[in-house]
Write a protein that binds this ligand. Structure first.
Ligand SMILES: [Zn+2]
Length: 221
C-alpha cells in the first residue's frame, strides 16, 4: 500500500458532451496531501461538464489512507473503506495477512468500513481531533436517548469548542441543528469503555456507526 490509484470513468452529460472523470480507488493523503481537501469538500465526487459547466455528483467507492495521522500518537494510521456495495467484504483488503500480522498493527492502526461520504469525512475529523470514534458513537446514542428531537436525524461530529466540548450537527428535515456536549461526558463514556475495546478491536474493518453506538449503550444498561 502507499500509492494513490485512479481509474478513468467515461461520462455522458445531458447536453450530450462526453468526458472522463478520474475515480480514485485509493486516496493516500500521506503521499498525495493535495487530494485531502478535495475529498473533505466533496469535490472529488463532483464532475463538471467541460462543455456546459453543469456539475453532477459521481459517487464511487474508495479506500482512504493516512499513514501519519495528525493528532494521533506517532505512527498512528487511519484507513477507511467507503463502499456502496452491501456485499463488499472489506477483509479482502487484508488479503494474505494473518491474524497475527493484523493484530500486531492494531495498536496504532484504525481500519473502518463506511457507507457514505459524510461518514468517511466524519471518521477523518474524529481521528484528527484525537477522539475515539467508538466512544463518540456511544455518546451520540446517549444524546439521541436524552434529546427527543435528535432521535431520528443523522448526527455527525462537527468539531470541538476551545474548551474541548464536542460539537455535533443533526441533519433534520428543517435543516442542520447543532448540539454541544461537554468533554467530561465523552471522557466518562470513554473511560468506561476503553477497557472493553480490546475484545471489540479485533473486528477488522469494523462498521462503527449508529448501530454500534446503540448496541454498546444497550449493553451498558
Ligand atoms: Zn454538459
Amino acid at each position: 500500500m502507499g500509492v494513490t490509484i485512479s481509474k478513468q470513468i467515461g461520462l455522458k452529460c445531458r447536453c450530450g458532451a462526453e468526458s472522463v472523470l478520474s475515480a480514485w480507488d485509493t486516496v493516500n493523503v500521506t503521499d498525495n496531501p493535495e487530494l485531502k481537501s478535495a475529498l473533505i469538500e466533496g469535490r472529488l465526487w463532483t464532475h463538471r461538464c467541460p462543455s456546459c459547466g453543469v456539475e453532477a455528483p459521481v459517487p464511487f467507492p474508495l479506500l482512504y489512507q493516512d499513514m501519519s495521522l495528525p493528532g494521533g500518537p506517532p505512527g498512528a494510521s487511519l484507513m477507511v473503506m467507503l463502499s456502496f456495495d452491501e456485499d463488499f467484504d472489506p477483509t479482502e483488503l487484508d488479503a494474505g495477512m494473518s491474524d497475527e500480522q493484523f493484530l500486531s498493527r492494531m495498536g496504532a492502526q484504525t481500519t473502518r468500513l463506511v457507507r457514505s461520504h459524510n461518514a468517511l469525512i466524519e471518521k477523518i475529523h474524529i481521528a484528527e481531533s484525537g477522539l475515539d470514534d467508538r466512544s463518540l458513537e456511544v455518546l451520540k446514542a446517549v444524546v439521541r436517548k436524552q434529546v427527543p428531537s435528535m432521535q431520528e436525524p443523522e448526527l455527525l461530529f462537527n468539531g470541538r469548542e476551545d474548551d474541548g466540548a464536542i460539537r455535533m450537527v443533526a441533519l433534520t428535515p428543517e435543516g442542520p441543528r447543532g448540539v454541544t456536549v461537554p468533554l467530561e461526558e465523552y471522557e466518562r463514556i470513554h473511560g468506561m469503555l476503553v477497557g472493553l475495546y480490546g475484545a471489540l478491536a479485533f473486528v477488522r474493518w469494523a462498521e462503527v456507526g449508529r448501530q454500534f453506538g446503540e448496541q454498546v449503550l444497550g449493553k451498558l444498561g
